[in-house]
Design a binder for this molecule. Structure first.
Ligand SMILES: [Zn+2]
Length: 300
């Protein structure tokens, strides 16, 4: 019964996340005006604003102008609903559930804005970072790293809140530095920027919620997903003949063989790294509960 409640809550919150996803990158208010068709600007009637259902009833078209509405809207609502229900099933009722619902909302917005417009807005990263620090004190990540550091260097009892806050700060510092370093290494290898500062700030935010180990796991899983799917995209673009015309023209000017030029063009496709990191972060919320990761060194 409560799982169903959190599914429906997620669908409704997902509808609000859609507003954030479309408006924040354009620096528009997320409060006013109310939802409207992105094309003809007609305000959306309350009965056409039911998550997922309305999109299906209207068959993905605006009631007024008949132009298609992106399937991204119902997909974000459905994803949020499922993640909310899964969080309740995993964590039960309590402060920890509230923390992960908040985190899921932030991460879903970033995952989709990066996918759609290659942007990880500061208006999500910085407030998320602040909220994450508050949560790290109130609902500690139970990461064990801060506890270990305190036992190692402080030699006295430290309040649990302070340990939690330290876990959040360690996660943020480690996540952003590791990603920044990876970005420098990528640039040195490939000769162009592979990621922006948005990814670095996103990992600072993620770090405050997940702590040191969860953040490390997020970067491992995220970059792995990015490499595998990225390679898949490059090969698909190549096989599908993406950039063929441009490559043929460049080849006629003696810039190289058509084949190598086409591969070069496909490899220039800009991957949404933040999207992969976001997917990884959501997986880690559940994965880090696994006994393999959840054992806290020095705790009972
Ligand atoms: Zn319309």
């Amino acid at each position: 019964m409560l799982t169903l409640f959190f599914l429906v809550l997620g669908l409704i919150i997902g509808s609000f996340l859609n507003v954030c996803i479309t408006r924040i990158p354009e620096e528009l208010s997320i409060v006013a005006p109310g939802s409207r068709c992105p094309r003809c600007k007609t305000p959306i009637r309350p009965f056409d604003n039911i998550p997922v259902v309305s999109w299906l009833v209207l068959r993905g078209k605006c009631r007024d102008c008949g132009l298609p509405i992106s399937p991204m809207y119902p997909l974000v609502e459905l994803l949020t609903g499922l993640v909310f229900a899964a969080c309740y099933a995993e964590f039960g009722m309590g402060a920890e559930l509230f923390k992960w619902l908040f985190f899921a909302g932030l991460v879903i917005v970033l995952t989709v804005t990066d996918l759609q417009v290659r942007m990880l807005p500061d208006a999500v990263n910085w407030p998320g970072f602040g909220i994450g620090l508050v949560f790290s004190a109130a609902v500690p990540p139970h990461d064990g790293t801060a506890l270990w550091a305190v036992q190692m260097f402080a030699h006295r009892r430290v309040p649990e809140m302070a340990v939690g806050l330290l876990d959040g700060l360690l996660g943020a510092a480690f996540g952003s530095l590791l990603l920044w370093g990876t970005g420098r290494a990528y640039k040195a290898l490939r000769g162009h920027e592979g990621m922006g500062l948005g990814d670095v700030k996103m990992m600072a935010m993620v770090g405050t919620f997940l702590g040191f180990r969860g953040t490390f796991l997020t970067i491992l899983v995220g970059t792995f997903l990015g490499s595998v799917i990225g390679l898949g995209i490059v090969l698909t673009l190549y096989v599908a003949g993406w950039g063929r015309g441009l490559a043929e023209r460049a080849s006629r000017r003696g810039l190289g063989s058509v084949q190598s030029l086409r591969f070069y063009l496909a490899s220039q496709y800009q991957l949404p790294l933040g999207t992969f990191l976001g997917i990884a972060a959501l997986l880690v919320v559940f994965l880090s509960r696994h006994p393999l990761f959840y054992r806290i060194p020095g705790a009972h």
